[in-house]
Design a protein around this ligand. Structure first.
Ligand SMILES: [Zn+2]
Length: 201
């Protein structure tokens, strides 16, 4: 996804920090693509040191937005029908993969590209094994069924866990209530004993 950091000339004078030591002040600049007057500063390649600012004129920017859109929708990929699954992500050991099923290669590919972008910053989760084509619809349906069963089992476990938590809280409240009740009873008996003593005197 293309991120606009500043618009020229609206944001002229604005200071953009793009690494610990580097910064730029927005102002009139030639386009990085064609030397025409730039209209946008966008976030370029990013790594652990920071990112590269890219200045672009409106037509180069529009071209880049279109390319980005094509990439994300996989419009640049030749399509074919079939039975495809995309593994969304896996955990450390490669187990526990989640996936989505598609009947078109282009839509599977588009989904993969979108999740790769989304999955990149996740900790402990790694992008899955890409687009996998299955030979038959039966195989594909079996995968969907297994995925559904796995997620249903996970949901069931979560619900049971919540129920266990609820019961524990309930028990604790009940125990508190009983303790309070006992204390009140103790106070009442003390009060009674004191009164009967008063009467005797
Ligand atoms: Zn340009």
């Amino acid at each position: 996804m293309i991120k606009i950091l500043a618009r020229i000339p609206d944001d002229n004078g604005k200071v953009i920090r793009f690494s610990n030591t580097a910064r730029m002040t927005v102002g009139p600049e030639p386009c990085d693509g064609c030397q025409a007057p730039a209209a946008y500063v966008i976030k370029g390649e990013t790594d652990s040191y920071g990112f590269e600012p890219v200045v672009l004129c409106s037509s180069c920017y529009a071209k880049m937005v279109k390319q980005d859109e094509e990439y994300m929708t996989a419009a640049d990929v030749e399509d074919r029908p079939g039975w495809f699954i995309v593994s969304e992500c896996t955990n450390y050991d490669g187990h526990g993969s989640w996936f989505r099923a598609f009947t078109s290669f282009r839509s599977a590919e588009a989904f993969l590209r979108r999740i790769e972008e989304k999955a990149a910053p996740w900790m402990g989760l790694y992008p899955g094994n890409g687009v996998q084509e299955l030979a038959t619809e039966g195989e594909w349906r079996k995968c969907i069924k297994e995925e559904r069963e796995a997620s249903e089992a996970e949901m069931k476990w979560e619900m049971e866990e919540r129920e266990r938590e609820r019961q524990k809280e309930e028990e604790e409240r009940e125990w508190e209530r009983q303790k309070e009740e006992e204390e009140r009873e103790w106070e009442r008996q003390k009060e009674e004993a004191r009164r009967s003593l008063d009467v005797e005197q």
